[in-house]
Each structure stands twice: as structure tokens, then as C-alpha cells.
Design a protein around this ligand. Structure first.
Ligand SMILES: Cc1ncc(COP(=O)(O)O)c(C=O)c1O
Length: 373
């Protein structure tokens, strides 16, 4: 199978699989138990907490393990907005119109609670600018949430500029880093980030584990999203998933090496060169600063539905937004960029893994040629 959907989920790295197997076998004790095995599990969990914190310039005490970026995003909004006394009086939230669908679902919930939500549109390059965020900020803005990297376009938003803007206005700044973590640099201080969400399965780790960074976590009055027995600073109850966290830690260690394969954009350049050589008309959605493994492509003279269907046994591609559902609907990201429904139907996302070869790309080019109108 030629897997071109790593932005939806990156294949489990072999080193991670090995560490997971070992952890399931040896690290079975509850990390809250005070015996030797419990303490050993806790030490391993805290090593990963430290590793993740180091990766983003935070303190380990500011990291909470969750089930993934969706839960982290829920905590980011609910724990802060509904827990912090200073924020409770402010009822306005700014997000972008190209966020992951879970952010829209959380905002629907807040709208029902009486919050007002403003949507920042991307510019023509698919980027959310600080200027466009600034235009929507109001007196009672409690939170700005702008993703670091967009999952469909791969565009990198100017998080540091948006962070500086929010800091200057005393507004909490959250960024969903599910797509950027371990792929581009993050420093929560330099970028003035207050809250950030992470997911292990986007970096070759297991599904069902992620984390949320919350600045000065212990000094804040936060609402637990899962009431429990005090785990994760009382914010997220439930026995801590030590083996999954250990696997996440291994992914943080080894993923950058796998990802360095994309460094000079060679695969993307090869693919685009082949499209040109074969005179296949194409348009790239999103311009400028884009992660090297993601490519959103519109092929106006190709029947993309036929391309996907005829090759479903050999190629995995994302048409529309695979993260959210199996239904093919015009992606909200593409429509926010101004694409018509018809243009969106001619569009798909390719996201490479480090194992994709030029021969795989040649196969795809032949398949695209066969699906020409
Ligand atoms: C930007 C972004 N945020 C959140 C998520 C959800 O992450 P998780 O599957 O870890 O809940 C995804 C992917 O599905 C994503 O791409």
C-alpha cells in the first residue's frame, strides 16, 4: 500500500513499537502506587514529561497527558475559560476559519453558553496573519486559538507574531500544535504561547495519547475536564496511561530523524516536476512557509473521485478532510480559501511518510494520467 495520509496519522515507528511492547510487558503497575513498580512507572512517565517540556521550552509541571489533541483542545478551552475567575467575565473567543473541526465543535458548545465567536479568515496563501487576528479582538476577548500548522494545507501560521499580539493585550493564546510538533521549532516563551495541544499519533507514536501545555498550570484555578482521583494535577482524572506515554516519549526521540528525510523538499519537488513533465495541470493550495511532507493539490483536468476509487487498493489519499469523517464533503479549509465546491472536488491532500519512494510517486503520476478527463 502506498500510504500518502501521514497528516491524518503517521505510521507507528518501529522503535516506538518496540518500546511499547516492552512497556506493556514491564511497566504495568499503576504510576500512582507507592511500591517499587509503581514508582518506576511514575519515573518513566515523568521522564517523558520532561522530554516534552524540553522540546517546547516549558517546565515539566506545565504538561498534562491527555488522550490526544482533541482532548487537549477541550481542556484548553474548558479548563481555562470555565475555571479561571479572571476569564469568566469575558465572553468572546477568536479562532480561525481553518481550525480542526474539533475546535468548531468546542466553540459551538461555548456559543450555547453565551459566548460570541469570531472567525479569522486565511489570506490568499492560506495563512492566518496577526493583522487579521488583531482586527477581531474586542475588549472582552478571553481567548485566541490559532493552529500552528494547518492539517490540510501544511501552511505554518506566524504563531510568534500572534502570541506577541495576545500578550500585549493580556489575552490567553492557545495553539493546536498537533501537526507541527517535532516538525518545526516550538518555544512557548519566544512565541508567547499560554496553552498548546499535542498528539502522539501525528509523530509516529501510538493513538490515544497526547498532551496539553498550560503556562503556570499550578498557579491557575482550572476546571477539571475529567473529575477523578487527582491524577495529572487534578485536571484529568483516570489512571495514567504509562505505556502509551513511554511510546510517545520514544516517538519524540526518534521522529525528528525520520522527518529529516523531508528536509530539502526533494519528494515534493520530484512529484511537482513529474506533474510538469507529464503536462498535468495543477494548482497548489497554500503558499509560502509550508511543511515539506504536506501538499494540497487541485487537478482541474483530473477526475479525482475516479483517481481515488480506482486506486483504493493501492494508494491512500485524503480527499476532503479525512480526519473528521468518511463522508466526502467540500473541506471547510478549501472553501475558506475561496475554492468553489467544484474546485474542492478536484482537490486532495498528499502527506508523505519517510518511506515513500520516487517509484511510489511514479505510480501515482501514472494513476493521475489514467484519471484524466
Ligand atoms: C490540527 C489537528 N488538531 C487536532 C487533531 C485531532 O487529534 P487527535 O486525533 O490526537 O485527537 C488533528 C488530527 O486529527 C489535527 O490535525
Amino acid at each position: 500500500m502506498i500510504y500518502l495520509d501521514s497528516a491524518a496519522s503517521y505510521p507507528l515507528l518501529s522503535e516506538v513499537k518496540e518500546s511499547l511492547m516492552q512497556a506493556f510487558e514491564n511497566c504495568y503497575a499503576n504510576s500512582a502506587s507507592s511500591h517499587l513498580l509503581g514508582e518506576s512507572a511514575l519515573a518513566k512517565v515523568n521522564d517523558v514529561r520532561e522530554l516534552l517540556a524540553d522540546e517546547i521550552g516549558a517546565f515539566p509541571s506545565e504538561i498534562v497527558f491527555t488522550s490526544g489533541a482533541t482532548e487537549s483542545n477541550n481542556i484548553a478551552f474548558k479548563s481555562l475559560l470555565l475555571g479561571d475567575e479572571n476569564l469568566k467575565t469575558k465572553k468572546h473567543i477568536v479562532i480561525s476559519s481553518i481550525e480542526h473541526k474539533c475546535i468548531f465543535a468546542i466553540c459551538d458548545y461555548f456559543q450555547k453558553l453565551g459566548y460570541d465567536i469570531s472567525l479569522v479568515k486565511p489570506n490568499a496563501n492560506g495563512v492566518i496573519t496577526a493583522e487579521n487576528v488583531k482586527a477581531l479582538i474586542k475588549e472582552d476577548t478571553a481567548l485566541v486559538s490559532i493552529m500552528h500548522v494547518n492539517n490540510e494545507l501544511g501552511t505554518i501560521n506566524p504563531i510568534a507574531e500572534i502570541g506577541e499580539l495576545c500578550f500585549s493585550k493580556g489575552i490567553i493564546f492557545h495553539s493546536d500544535a498537533a501537526q507541527s510538533f517535532c516538525k518545526t521549532d516550538i518555544d512557548v516563551d519566544e512565541m508567547n504561547i499560554d496553552v498548546m495541544s499535542f498528539s502522539a499519533h501525528k509523530v509516529g507514536g501510538p493513538k490515544g495519547i497526547g498532551a496539553v501545555y498550560i503556562r503556570d498550570l499550578r498557579k491557575r484555578n482550572l476546571l477539571p475536564v475529567t473529575h477523578g482521583a487527582g491524577q495529572e494535577d487534578g485536571l484529568r482524572g483516570g489512571t495514567v496511561a504509562a505505556p502509551l506515554i513511554i511510546g510517545f516519549g520514544k516517538a519524540i526521540e526518534v521522529f525528528p530523524q525520520a522527518y529529516s528525510n523531508f528536509e530539502n523538499d526533494a519528494l515534493k519537488s520530484y512529484f511537482l516536476k513529474k506533474l510538469q513533465e507529464n503536462e498535468i495541470e495543477y494548482l497548489i493550495n497554500g503558499q509560502g512557509n509550508i511543511l515539506p511532507h504536506i501538499l494540497s493539490l487541485s487537478l482541474p483536468k483530473t477526475n479525482v473521485g475516479v483517481l481515488v476509487r480506482d486506486n483504493e487498493n493501492s494508494v491512500c489519499l485524503a480527499q476532503g478532510s479525512a480526519c473528521s469523517s468518511k463522508e466526502i464533503e467540500a473541506s471547510h479549509v478549501l472553501t475558506a480559501l475561496g475554492l468553489t465546491r467544484e474546485q474542492a472536488e478536484h482537490t486532495f491532500r498528499i502527506s508523505f511518510t519517510h518511506e515513500i519512494t520516487t517509484a511510489n510517486i511514479d505510480f501515482l503520476i501514472t494513476a493521475i494520467k489514467k484519471a484524466a478527463y
